[in-house]
Design a protein around this ligand. Structure first.
Ligand code: AR6
Length: 170
């Protein structure tokens, strides 16, 4: 049987043994709270040193670094939009985060890539819509490309897990 290329798990993304994890960063790329803080804490100070050389990142864009002390070999930092009611291009900016991360993964021949729920914490994006964008953009990309071979959505709470699960079953 063909192995599924999209998976869903609950847990802490910093612990995953994958080729790359995605960081929900901010425009400075210099760290913050939430998953960004957890990734920097787990990767150690060399991650910040590499990030300092990147000159930040625009919303909807992504940049790749090493993973340092993480099990993951790389971190793809992406900057999700802050939710402002849905009239400020938030939908296409979030779609662009997924597209640019997947494109970087393809270029680097990354086999396994794990995503957190970009913009669904401090940035306030409605979870249902964010999960729909995540699943739609990922499936669309995987249908046309052989890298990444496998994408894992990592959720950090029961609500999030159920939201993704329903969408992935469709
Ligand atoms: N593993 C997996 N998911 C996590 C983890 C973890 N260790 N920790 C949090 N989440 P957020 P944003 C989930 O706020 O909304 C930062 O300060 C969390 O439950 O981390 O894109 C940055 O520097 C939520 O579902 O990112 C920016 O300033 C999701 O990760 C800002 O927050 C994203 O929540 C970005 O906000």
């Amino acid at each position: 049987m063909k192995k599924k290329r999209v998976e869903l798990i609950k847990g802490d993304i910093t612990l995953l043994d994958v080729d790359a994890i995605v960081n929900a960063a901010n425009n400075s790329l210099l760290g913050g709270g939430g998953v960004d803080g957890a990734i920097h804490a787990a990767a150690g100070p060399d991650l910040l040193t590499e990030c300092e050389k990147l000159n930040g990142c625009e919303t909807g864009q992504s940049k790749i670094t090493n993973g340092y002390r993480l099990k993951a070999k790389h971190v793809i930092h992406t900057v999700g939009p802050i939710w402002r009611g849905g009239f400020q291009d938030e939908h296409s900016l979030l779609a662009s985060c997924y597209q640019t991360c997947l494109k970087l993964a393809k270029e680097k021949k990354i086999k396994t890539l794990a995503f957190p729920g970009i913009s669904t914490g401090a940035y306030g994006f409605p979870l249902d819509l964010a999960a729909l964008i995540a699943v739609t953009e990922t499936k669309r990309f995987l249908n046309k490309n052989s890298y990444p071979e496998r994408v894992i959505f990592v959720t950090y709470g029961d609500d999030n897990y159920e939201t993704y699960r329903k969408l992935m079953d469709q």
